[in-house]
Design a binder for this molecule. Structure first.
Ligand code: OXD
Length: 308
């Protein structure tokens, strides 16, 4: 039984060691040493181009090595092959860290103090309690819920918006297009953790920004195409929005001439909010393979119709 790993090369050795030690019955191969492609039954990949999938006649499951699945062309993967996204504690913890850091940096005006330091200005700003700040999370999937749980420990007021209704203790929950406006109207810091689908592409646009309270900030840790770049710049330049923190952009890498790099109120990081960690992801993937062998439901199975 063969598994082919065709993803992040620097971490391939950690995956291979885990499988060698914990699943000697599985033949774990690392691209480009793929051997006979006719033998590959499980594929762990970030990109899965159509011609590559077509070259794997015995493929049984396609595992995305990341949490997102928007980079996979579903039409290139035959219907009978399940597509599974990565749900693992390393990705969740990374996202929780990044979003907490970003929310706290905005809440405690760190970016203002960075600006003040450049001119030697000693100008203490008011320090409002966390309970005076309302944080809105778009997308209440595994990552959105983990982020909300952690933010609760700081005492922020919390709200969540999701395509279908969700309930969460201590979180004011909103669902569907009808409740987007009221959700936004009370969000001082908006966090996008939505999956990228045809419906959510371009969702962070002028309409959304103008529904946020004046002075609100935006954190995009979803995908670059969620954001209409020009609308964000306009909302920042008109002083309606205060700041934006963007870990994802469209395209990636963000070209050096893109205005986000030089905008004084945009902070960009190069898609590093969270990463699949072999130490925590490999055991989960092995467990999923065992589930598949036993005919049990897979963790992270995507719904092709819904798009995630
Ligand atoms: C992912 C990502 O989807 O890194 O895992 O964005």
């Amino acid at each position: 039984m063969s598994i082919l790993y065709r993803s992040d090369a620097p971490r391939a050795a950690a995956w291979a060691t885990f499988f060698a030690e914990n699943a000697p019955d599985l033949d774990f191969r690392v691209w480009p040493d793929a051997g006979n492609l006719d033998e590959v039954e499980y594929l762990i990949a970030w990109q899965a181009p159509a011609d590559f999938i077509a070259a794997l006649p015995r493929l049984k499951v396609l595992f995305s090595s990341g949490a997102g699945i928007d980079h996979v062309d579903f039409s290139a993967v035959p219907e009978h092959i399940p597509i599974v996204r990565m749900v693992e504690p390393g990705i969740i913890n990374g996202m929780v860290e990044y979003v907490s850091l970003s929310v706290l940096a905005l809440h405690r005006d760190f970016f203002d103090y960075v600006e003040m330091q450049a001119t030697g200005a000693w100008d203490p700003l008011e320090v409002p309690p966390a309970s005076a700040r309302s944080i809105g999370v778009m997308g209440m999937g595994v990552l959105g819920r983990a982020v909300l749980e952690r933010l609760e420990t700081y005492g922020f007021r919390l709200r969540g918006w999701n395509r279908s209704p969700r309930q969460m203790a201590q979180v004011e929950c909103f669902a569907g297009a009808d409740q987007l406006q009221p959700f936004l109207a009370g969000s001082d810091i908006l966090i996008c953790l939505l999956p990228l689908t045809e419906t959510t592409a371009g969702i962070l646009d002028h309409k959304v920004f103008s529904a946020l309270p004046r002075g609100a900030s935006v954190i995009n840790v979803g995908r670059g195409p969620h954001l209409v770049d020009g609308d964000l710049i306009e909302a920042l330049d008109s002083q309606h929005l205060s700041r934006a923190i963007l870990d994802v952009t469209d395209p990636e890498p963000l070209p050096p001439e893109h205005p986000f790099w030089r905008h004084p109120r945009v902070f960009v990081t190069p898609h590093v909010a969270s990463m699949t960690q072999p130490q925590t992801a490999a055991p989960i993937l092995l467990d999923n393979i065992r589930k598949h062998q036993r005919g049990e439901p897979l963790l992270g199975l995507i719904d092709r119709e819904r798009g995630y």
